[in-house]
Design a protein. Structure first.
Length: 145
């Protein structure tokens, strides 16, 4: 396994935990389920952590791709630009998830507003992460260019 493999494995974790977290949060709001809400919050924190790790492993993955030869610079640059937004989005969602769990324990009047805010930003985060994944896929998958 090389650095590119590691980068790919890690970034898939953050994408899927984000998507699953959106569904868990939405269902928790519909069913008023504390367990699903907590699960969503944990998934969102995992998203933030793995998003950061993925961002950090990107440079080494870039070196592996450049060593293969070929003209990938344009695709790598677009992916890097999208990754910055994904990193920010992942941190925001993780922070909101932590704030939601804090509000459940300390400021119950904030819970509903924080849940809706988190859901909106998590859905937005899904679009950002998917766009970033698409840009990354263009680097070595010519069929999606």
């Amino acid at each position: 396994m090389n650095d590119a493999h590691l980068h790919l494995m890690i970034n898939h974790v953050s994408l899927f935990t984000l998507v699953i977290g959106v569904f868990a949060l939405a269902f928790s709001m519909k069913r008023k389920s504390a367990e699903l809400r907590t699960l969503a919050s944990v998934l969102f924190v995992i998203t933030g952590i793995f998003g950061w790790i993925s961002y950090e492993t990107g440079e080494k993955a870039e070196q592996v791709v450049k060593a293969l030869g070929g003209d990938f610079e344009t695709f790598i640059h677009a992916h890097e630009q999208a990754a910055v937004w994904a990193l920010r989005s992942g941190f925001l969602v993780a922070t909101l998830a932590i704030a939601l769990e804090w509000a459940v324990r300390k400021k119950k009047t904030w819970v509903k507003a924080l849940q809706w805010t988190l859901l909106v930003f998590a859905i937005h985060g899904c679009t950002v992460y998917m766009a970033t994944a698409l840009q990354g896929g263009k680097i070595r998958h010519s069929e999606i260019r």
